[in-house]
Design a protein around this ligand. Sequence first.
Ligand SMILES: [Zn+2]
Length: 275
Amino acid sequence: MEYRSANITEKGFLYGKWMTSPNTWTITFGNVYCYLLIGEEKALLFDTAYGEGNLREFVEGITDKPVMVVNSHGHFDHTGGNAWWGEVWAGPGAEAVCKKAFSPEMQEAFDRKPHPDYTVHTVREGHVFDLGGRQVEVFEIPAHHESSIALLDRQTRALYTGDEMEAGQVLLFVRDGLVPLRDVVSRHLANMKKLKSHEGEFDTIYPAHNGPQLYKGYLDDYIALSEHILAGTAAIMPDTAGFGFPPKTESGAFGGIGQLERAQYGGASFVYVKE
Ligand SMILES: [Zn+2]
């Protein structure tokens, strides 16, 4: 596919990119953030957005190293571009949903890509991706979705958290299996405590939406927010509006799932179905 026709539309470039640190790139599609970590032998692409245009060509314009694709979780706004490659790596539970687009039109575009039947390799806690002179470790952090993983890159002191520490808010009502709020909050709390036990090994957190990086105090804010929710003392916001999130949810992607509520503490915020 020709580069210009694939990735440049009448509105401009489909993707944005900038170097976050040496051999590390942020790739944006709207408010979706993907990350490209380049080692001496290969590169790791963490998430593929919706796969509009030709993401593979865009990525190969940044690095000539072979690219392996890893997903933060199975939601299609992070996996749609997987079909530009023949195989991907993702956490347990991603395979069940990662090829399911959010609309029939999106599904049609996905099915036209070179590898809609790509292979999914499941990775578990402690798995290490060796990129050559750069190792990246997997941490399972399922709450927002059952399949969520974080990646810790000790070399650049960076933690990649997908939608589990999304800037703006973390959505707690988009799992495959809905569970009581207390259960998903307890799960999120345990995950954040696990990441906090490694806080001496990273300085910056990179989420998958709404902003490219967070200071690591966000971990403390999320821990405090969960503890407040479990204790019944959380600050409830007057509406659900936030970064990239509409105040009204009667219609649209999240329409008809019940009344949503937002709780906040410091920089941390959850949106969930009110019980
Ligand atoms: Zn998600």
